[in-house]
Write a protein that binds this ligand. Structure first.
Ligand code: NDP
Length: 329
């Protein structure tokens, strides 16, 4: 059926400036790592994207290798974009990345100019786009000179194939060097995408401070720890969950008794705050305003509603923050 976005879509979302740039991102962004490849029915993916946009989520995050198979998330997204969102391209922020293994041989991985530029061209073809809004280097490359990788990002921005350059998975010290190179090239980094959640607090050890000082935004990936920081696994492992899907990134044996005890305690605290654990976990990542956007995944439209519902209950008392630190210790 022909799609028309909800008229009230911009009333429900908060838009936050990415660092000191001109770009605002929704407080909640949707990632297409899972549930957009060829193993998912395209109409399920379509419902997720429509629902997200109807709730004011204007930012969709991809990468060359999302699928499975790699590339298929971009292809399926491109099809949905063409069929449903064509008229709304200027209301969308679309990102993609290169940095992990994408094709065979020495030019399909890591951070060379050769790989990044070829990969972005492939991504644009798969999505049927003339440009992406944000192009990321997906992970640091220990062998390629940092200058070469940053010059490749600067190049694609100057070519107009990406509007902004960005980094992901760079530790604080390396990020600082990369940001300085990009600034000197005249293409300041828009945003950094680290893994950040109650269970993964590494960005608090320097990275968030560097980004704040340098005026660079941050978008936290896996803010729900892949679904662990929700009520999904409180009664066991549901058949339709990521942990049951054979994902190498969330295996059943990672749901240890110790971890689940923390999840139960966090869930009790969330209930006392009158919200779901998933909502408390997202609000916690956004606390203190150092994180621009939380980048969630979703397999159901109700999960998107949960995330948006979080926005009405974002405040934490000092006691609540202390209690969360105690539980996580
Ligand atoms: P999350 O931590 O948000 O996990 C999402 C999963 O949690 C969903 O697929 C769903 O799992 C479950 N879930 C979500 N909401 C709820 C809810 N309300 N109640 C119960 N369960 C819920 O993020 P992801 O790990 O999916 O990562 C998000 C995005 O981050 C990716 O799509 C990608 O864009 C980006 N990313 C970037 C990386 C990088 O290296 N830069 C690496 C990894 C991700 P279920 O399927 O079980 O329903």
């Amino acid at each position: 059926m022909h799609y028309r976005p909800a008229a009230e879509r911009y009333q429900q979302m908060e838009y936050r400036r990415s660092g000191r740039s001109g770009l605002k991102l929704p407080a909640i962004s949707l990632g297409l790592w899972h549930n957009f490849g060829d193993t998912t029915l395209v109409d399920n993916s379509r419902q997720l994207l429509r629902h997200a946009f109807d709730r004011g989520i204007t930012h969709f995050d991809l990468a060359n290798n999302y699928g499975p198979p790699p590339g298929s998330a971009e292809e399926n997204f491109g099809r949905i974009l063409r069929e449903d969102f064509h008229a709304w391209r200027d209301e969308l922020i679309i990102s993609t990345k290169a940095g992990y293994t994408m094709w065979e041989g020495p030019y399909g991985d890591w951070g060379s100019r050769k790989y990044l530029i070829a990969s972005l061209d492939q991504s644009l073809k798969r999505m049927g786009l003339e440009y992406v809004d944000i192009f990321y280097h997906h992970r640091p490359d220990p062998e390629t000179p940092l200058e070469e990788t940053m010059r490749a990002l600067d190049h694609v921005v100057r070519q107009g194939k990406a509007l902004y350059a960005a980094l992901s998975n760079y530790p604080a010290e390396l990020a600082e060097k990369a940001l300085a190179i990009l600034r000197d090239l005249g293409t300041p980094c828009l945003i950094h995408q680290p893994k950040y959640s109650m269970f993964e607090r590494t960005p608090e050890n320097g990275l968030l401070t560097v980004l704040e000082r340098e005026g660079v935004g941050s978008i936290a990936f896996s803010p729900l720890a892949g679904g662990v920081l929700t009520d999904r696994y409180l009664q066991g492992i549901p058949q339709d969950s990521r942990a049951a899907s054979g994902s190498q990134f969330l295996k059943a044996n990672q749901l240890t008794e110790e971890k689940m005890e923390k999840v139960r305690q966090l869930n009790a605290l969330a209930e006392a705050r009158g919200q779901k654990l998933s909502q408390m976990a997202l609000a916690w990542v956004l606390r203190g305003d150092r994180v621009t956007s939380v980048l969630i995944g979703a397999s159901k439209t109700s999960q998107i509603d949960d995330a948006v519902g979080m926005l009405s209950q974002r405040h934490f008392s000092d006691d609540e923050l202390t209690r969360i630190d105690e539980i996580l210790r």
